[in-house]
Design a protein. Structure first.
Length: 146
């Protein structure tokens, strides 16, 4: 025990009651099995591709809001590109630009009929079709036992 509290295995993180879960560092951690026991109301990923297709479906069926990793993690890229393009001059301006753009994208994604992940994919698809026909959503493969 640390500080008088038991130390739980890492997997227990997904079963702790929380308003928001910020998973990071592992692809495909939110499989159908794990999504079925998740006790958070919203998932805001800090790493790439946390959902499997079945996991994302399970979260949606349970009413858990699943934000897109590529939107949650877009701030650094938006800031970097804005700074390089010379559209902002100070760190505060970069921060405001990033906050406004991520908020705008998230709000648009949240209004999508199929949920925020599908909404973010639709926004990304509309943007990416400038360069290639119909991209596929970035989801991790479902494990055999999910």
């Amino acid at each position: 025990p640390r500080l008088g509290l038991p130390v739980l295995p890492p997997e227990a993180l997904y079963e702790v009651p929380a308003d928001v879960l910020v998973p990071g560092a592992r692809t495909g951690t939110l499989s159908a099995r794990r999504a079925a026991t998740l006790r958070a109301g919203l998932v805001a990923p800090a790493a790439n591709v946390p959902y499997t297709a079945q996991g994302l479906r399970t979260l949606g069926e349970r009413g858990v809001v699943a934000l897109a990793d590529f939107v949650c993690g877009a701030g650094a890229t938006i800031g970097y590109l804005a700074e390089r393009a010379g559209t902002v001059a100070t760190a505060d301006e970069v921060g405001h630009l990033v906050e406004n753009r991520v908020t705008e994208i998230t709000a648009a994604a949240l209004s999508h009929a199929e949920g925020p992940y599908a909404g973010a994919c639709a926004l990304a698809e509309a943007f990416l079709t400038i360069w290639q026909p119909r991209p596929t959503p970035p989801l991790a493969p479902d494990p055999a036992n999910s």
